[in-house]
Design a protein around this ligand. Structure first.
Ligand code: FAD
Length: 692
């Protein structure tokens, strides 16, 4: 076979990589590329080893702008790649995007001042960095942080940077990451260009906040760097080539397998965000007793893997898109006939990464790797206008892309996904002029969804329970409700497991058998994410848990654990659960189980319920909490741990407020003082949240 230049470069890098690997392997220990083409000594997928010095990397690849992302669910990564593309197409910047965890930061003081670093940083949980930003944040936060050229008062005087944060105002620590990083960099002498932007998911304005921030930012950056704006031209980042001679049956073709080990049936741990375990579902059943809403309980068997968990951790589930949406996408883009065609996807520039393994098929990419059901962004509509089937449609796309109000008027409430938007605007025309690269660039990678594990590792270390409510939201102006990607897939799996050979919840069909039937026998790709949401190590400590709806998930695990400890003779402290749902006869999940735990725990366990639709006035958990003020105060004085899980938008915040009121009244202190007490409880981990 012929070697093209890229292959030679890749081979060269592999060779160089091997030398580096054997000489200082320990320093270069991170082997995480899931699609690697070489194998290291342990038979683990390994990537050609790359430098962790980003300044060197930029130098080597001729870049003058690096865009770092700290991303948990993929949005920050998406924004980073959009900034990279826009910087290139509008200003001719030589951009690269960079995962924060793939670089070291001691050379940050050597970035030449005519180059620029952009930070796109999501805040996660309680003001924490995203998993991939932890090391970076620790590094710059450190007292007396040291850079390669030694320390002085302003070690980062050379560094010019731009910053945007993704946060949620319903959380106490709104956009902490970007604020802190901005403060720390400035303190270290770096210079910010433009304003530090903040997007708010809580208000639902993330996308518009981002769009509104980036234009003045580009103006400031262009002025600073002396850039000339040019006519934006679309340049594909990925080359798609047909692989004649290969079919979807060929052994080397990925038809949905997440990485090479899975393709070769040699998958093994460590299982993580790059390498899922294909877990059998041991059992699954419905928890609600009402027709039009579903909540499912699933048990994942991890006994055949190296996976482990502790009570309070999260499990990530890797979903498959619904067949109907896959079909719609292929139809509107004119790819139906070619869905099984084998293609290779190659990055046209060295710093871009293909987000899935290839060779593969269009069908597999759409079904397993791209988030095709999420609402389409206005900026993406703008990008696609150039490839409209005719001029009238192009004009409409341009208007939608450029006019915020028009976009919201025409599409806003309907939250079209990409294919639905193209269908709607295209009036029956096929969009076959869009280069496929644009979809890989413009759509997010299909993200695993996280679930709070609802079992105890003490009771069932090899089985992970999940409690998932099936997402279905009514969309104004649309006939069919929006159906959540992962939860409807889980619902179909549950139906299949319980006897329906061709399940189609709400008419949705799924390839439940997975690539090459590898998920047959009811398997789902998963990995575990460890969390800090933990029971006190001493079971005698009292705990108060607030978990309405699926917020009860981790608490089922907590109580399961304490019941077992009680059976084993341990002295278990007071265990109070506030649970809420609509009606005791409809969505009161685990009612019978809680009765069983009560038998083991006796008076130590109390379940306080709030049924919002059984009385004329709606009753929620926070009302019940208030009614029990005296007891709550008493338990807190015994250093009870206080836990909140579930809805971040309203419930968690209200519970926080109510707790402060309870403390204020009970201890006769001002509300301000009580709020400070709650804050201190949080800081001391006595108040823990697991909210989403
Ligand atoms: P998605 O497809 O991701 O959609 C999510 C929501 O986005 C929808 O409800 C809808 O409002 C909106 N949306 C997206 N696209 C569109 C569109 N095109 N049109 C209209 N609306 C749209 N959930 C549980 O049930 N139990 C748990 O124990 C649990 N624990 C969690 C723990 C953590 C740490 C986190 C972060 C989340 C947890 N979740 C839990 C939530 C869970 O991860 C998923 O977000 C949830 O199940 C929905 O996933 P989905 O794929 O079905 O929906």
């Amino acid at each position: 076979a012929e070697l093209d230049t890229l292959d030679i470069v890749v081979l060269g890098v592999i060779l160089l990589g091997s030398i580096v690997y054997f000489t200082k392997g320990s320093l270069w220990g991170k082997q995480k590329d899931p699609y690697a083409t070489s194998t290291n000594l342990n038979g683990m997928a390994a990537r050609p080893v790359r430098t962790r010095n980003f300044v060197e990397k930029m130098e080597e690849s001729g870049k003058n702008c690096i865009i770092f992302f700290g991303s948990q669910t993929g949005t920050a990564e998406d924004y980073a790649s959009r900034l990279a593309k826009e910087g290139k197409s509008r200003f001719g910047l030589e951009t690269m995007i960079a995962d924060l965890e793939e670089y070291d930061f001691d050379a940050m003081d050597t970035l030449p001042s005519d180059k620029i670093a952009i930070f796109v940083l999501a805040t996660y949980g309680e003001g924490e960095p995203t998993d991939n930003a932890v090391e970076f944040f620790e590094y710059i936060k450190e007292d007396g942080v040291s850079f390669s050229q030694g320390n002085d008062d302003a070690p980062l005087d050379n560094l010019n940077y731009v910053a945007f944060g993704l946060g949620n105002n319903t959380y106490e620590h709104y956009n902490t990451m970007v604020r802190e990083v901005d403060r720390l960099l400035t303190k270290l002498g770096a210079h910010r260009i433009g304003a530090a932007g903040e997007g708010d998911d809580g208000a639902g304005t993330m996308e518009e906040d981002f769009l509104a921030w980036k234009d003045p930012m580009w103006t400031a950056l262009a002025a600073h760097m002396g850039l000339e704006e040019r006519e934006a031209v679309y340049e594909p980042i990925f080359a798609i080539t047909d692989r004649e001679g290969l079919t979807a049956e060929s052994a080397e073709v990925y038809v949905g397998e997440p990485n090479k080990m899975h393709l070769q049936n040699s998958a093994k741990g460590p299982f993580n965000a790059h390498n899922p375990y294909i877990a059998p579902i041991a059992e699954s059943y419905e928890l609600f007793k009402v027709k039009d809403r579903n909540c499912i309980h699933l048990e994942f068997d991890i006994s055949g893997s190296t996976l482990s968990y502790t009570t309070g951790d999260h499990i990530a589930i890797w979903p498959t898109n619904a067949g109907d949406e896959v079909d719609r996408f292929l139809r509107v883009t004119g790819l139906t006939e070619k869905r099984g065609q084998v293609i290779s996807v190659k990055a046209l520039e060295p710093t871009a990464k293909v987000p899935f393994p290839t060779p593969t098929t269009f069908d597999a990419i759409i079904r397993y790797h791209l988030e095709i059901c999420a609402p389409v962004s206005r900026q993406f509509v703008s990008t696609l206008a150039a490839f409209a089937p005719n001029e009238a449609i192009q004009a409409e796309m341009n208007r939608l892309g450029n006019d915020k109000d028009y976009f919201h008027e025409k599409t806003g409430s309907q939250l079209f996904n990409i294919a639905r938007l193209l269908e709607h605007v295209g009036n029956g025309e096929t969009w076959d002029k869009i280069p496929f690269s644009a979809f890989i660039e413009g759509l997010n990678k299909l993200q695993p969804r996280y679930y709070s594990i609802s079992s105890s590792s003490h009771v069932q270390p090899k089985k992970i329970s999940v409690t998932a409510v099936v997402e279905s939201s009514v969309v104004m102006g649309r006939k069919d409700p929006f159906r959540g990607v992962a939860t409807n897939y889980l619902l179909a799996l549950k139906q299949k497991q319980n006897g329906d050979p061709n399940p189609s919840p709400f008419g949705l069909t799924y390839e439940l058998n997975g690539p090459r039937n590898k998920y047959d026998g009811i398997h789902v790709p998963v990995h575990v994410r460890h969390s800090n949401f933990k029971l006190p190590s001493d079971p005698a400590k009292p705990i108060i848990m607030i978990g309405p709806g699926t917020g009860v998930a981790p608490f089922r695990g907590f109580i399961q654990e304490r019941a077992q400890q009680a059976r084993e003779g341990a002295n278990v402290g007071r265990t109070m659960l506030f649970f809420g749902c609509r009606k005791s006869t409809e969505d009161f999940m685990y009612e019978d189980e809680f009765a069983e735990y009560k038998k083991a725990l006796g008076d130590k366990f109390e379940l306080v319920t709030a049924f919002s639709r059984e009385t004329s006035k709606k009753v929620y958990v926070q009302h019940r909490l208030k009614e029990r003020a005296a007891e709550v105060n008493e338990l807190l004085s015994q250093k009870a741990f206080f836990y909140v899980c579930g809805d971040a938008a309203n419930m968690a915040r209200e519970v926080n407020t109510v707790l402060a009121q309870i403390i204020a009244e009970g201890r006769g202190v001002s509300e301000a003082k009580a709020e400070e007490i709650v804050k201190n409880m949080r800081a001391a981990n006595q108040y823990q949240e697991d909210v989403w």
